[in-house]
Design a protein around this ligand. Structure first.
Ligand code: PMV
Length: 324
């Protein structure tokens, strides 16, 4: 007996970052984080159980190696939950450039969690889905939800989950400057581990980010865009500063990343309120408000970067075709 389901999940960009684990086995983060789910980038994944063994196709090509092992280990969790013993055929399509620091693992594992459980006949609550997605990729816990989401670090498996934050009514939007959509040299998973193990600034990052998180929740509750933006930008810079202190040093930045960061400062000086954030890649994401999207897109586009995408907040994960 086979069972099939398709799910769509959108990527999210952290405004308060997750960078480092407190417990690797349980995938518990050292700090809580806050993110904005984007409508521009999504993953659609179909899972069909009933195969002899797992097979994984991404954007038309069969994947193997470490990436496939990671998906298989995730499917093992769903086998444990459902009692299934068979293999799954996974077919996934990304509109996010894979592994380029554009949160492809967030949308990828959120979609996989929803499709694989639905196809197995499970009906997880959104919180249960968030906990499961977290074990595929930490940031995926947040892509279960639309708009602004908070991921509580928690102290055990059950208390480390994401949930949506009330809409602050700020017309939030994001411009993504794609500096380089190629695969990054070091995965976020390895880079955060190296930072935690070797950077003397890691402890300072954790302490600072805990404060930033509390301040961000207060800023969102107050609907204070300036405070949200300033916190997002400084939190991202602090995360990257902790990486520079690692041995060997980690830097995802490219010359065009720096040019984009400067352009954001120039825009602010010119009265266009916007703030930059960066993840495990050279691309720069610019938090702004909807009426300013076009002027920021043009200002960044004129730098000649590889691409510029504008995005509004996106929805949470959904199963688009029911299990049959
Ligand atoms: O869960 P991962 O492996 O996608 O790690 C996410 C790391 C950052 O994107 C840099 C920060 C974040 O909170 O999304």
């Amino acid at each position: 007996m086979s069972a099939r389901a398709t799910a769509v999940a959108h990527s999210n960009i952290a405004l308060i970052k997750y960078w480092g684990k407190a417990d690797t086995r349980l995938a518990l983060p050292a700090t809580s984080s806050v993110s904005l789910t984007l409508d521009a980038y999504l993953t659609e994944t179909t899972v069909e159980w009933g195969a002899d063994q797992d097979s994984i196709t991404l954007d038309g090509g069969r994947i193997g190696g470490v990436a496939a092992d990671r998906v298989r280990r995730f499917l093992d969790l769903v086998r444990d939950l459902s009692g299934r013993r068979d293999g799954a055929t996974v077919v996934s399509r990304n509109t996010v450039p894979t592994a380029a620091g554009l949160a492809s693992s967030a949308s990828g594992f959120a979609a996989l969690a929803a499709a694989s459980t639905a196809a197995a006949g499970l009906e997880p609550t959104p919180r249960e889905l968030s906990i499961l997605a977290r074990k595929g990729s930490g940031s995926a816990s947040r892509s279960v939800f639309g708009g602004l989401a908070v991921w509580y670090a928690g102290t055990d498996d059950a208390s480390s989950y994401a949930e949506p934050l009330p809409d602050p009514g700020l017309d939030l939007a994001m411009v993504v400057a794609v500096v380089n959509a190629g695969t990054k040299e070091i995965s976020s998973r390895d880079a955060m581990l190296l930072t935690a193990e070797t950077s003397p600034y890691y402890r300072a990052w954790v302490d600072a980010s805990r404060g930033d998180f509390d301040d961000m929740l207060a800023a969102v509750a107050a609907g204070d865009f300036t405070a949200i933006g300033e916190l997002a930008e400084s939190n991202a810079m602090r995360m990257h500063a902790s990486m520079l202190g690692a041995t060997p040093p980690i830097s995802y930045w490219e010359p065009d990343s720096v040019r984009c960061l400067r352009r954001v400062r120039e825009l602010r000086s010119a009265g266009v309120e916007c703030y930059a954030t960066m993840d495990a890649g050279p691309n720069v994401k610019i938090l702004c408000r909807r009426p300013d999207l076009d002027v920021i897109r043009d200002a960044v586009g004129s730098l000649g970067v590889a691409g510029v995408t504008t995005s509004l907040p996106g929805p949470g994960v959904r199963v688009t075709r029911d299990a049959s």
